[in-house]
Design a protein. Structure first.
Length: 191
């Protein structure tokens, strides 16, 4: 993701150039929203987290070190804000509300497949909401966002073994719940 942004732009933002920072916000805004939404499952809360993430990024941009990708730093800010929100009492009160999924159809030629993918995405999102905060963070960053184990380690300040262990249990939990939801059995042979 940082490949889209010229290093000079980031350097200008670090020195306090508001126009450069505005360009960074435009480049990362949808990415930040998708990550926050995957954690929180609510549009309004995700938007609030994204806004707070960019405020924190602006306040701390002077600490930026080029050896760390800006997207990794932003992942960390968003993840921490989402985990804090999920631990709050307000989030627990809102947990009973229906999840809303933002589905962008990939093609008008296959509406059934788009609907099925959206439904599966919604079910996975709902199942992931029952994971422990650490397992949820690892699952979202690794499996839904497609980050490497090393990137997840940096973002969450966890060891590789800890990331892999949490990912194993998260995947196992999600898999078991998907099997129950879709009544899938491990034995596929016919009688």
């Amino acid at each position: 993701m940082d490949n889209r942004l010229p290093p000079e732009l980031i350097e200008k933002a670090v020195t306090g150039d508001t126009n450069a920072f505005e360009a960074i916000v435009r480049a990362y805004q949808s990415f930040a929203y998708v990550v926050a939404f995957r954690f929180l499952g609510q549009q309004e809360e995700a938007e609030d987290v994204v806004q707070e993430a960019f405020i924190r990024l602006w306040k701390n941009i002077y600490k930026y070190k080029p050896e760390i990708k800006l997207s990794t730093w932003l992942y960390r800010i968003i993840t921490n804000l989402c985990l804090d929100y999920l631990k709050s009492g307000y989030a627990k009160q809102k947990k009973n509300l229906d999840l809303q999924m933002v589905i962008e159809p990939k093609s008008n030629d296959q509406p059934d497949k788009t609907l099925q993918a959206g439904e599966l995405n919604s079910v996975i999102q709902e199942i992931a909401s029952a994971l422990t905060p650490k397992q949820k963070a690892v699952f979202i960053l690794r499996d839904l966002e497609g980050l490497s184990v090393e990137e997840v380690c940096v973002i969450l300040s966890l060891s590789s073994e800890n990331v892999k262990s949490n990912l194993y249990y998260a995947r196992k939990f999600v898999s078991e719940r998907l099997k129950v939801t879709y009544q899938i059995t491990d034995n596929l042979s016919t009688p």
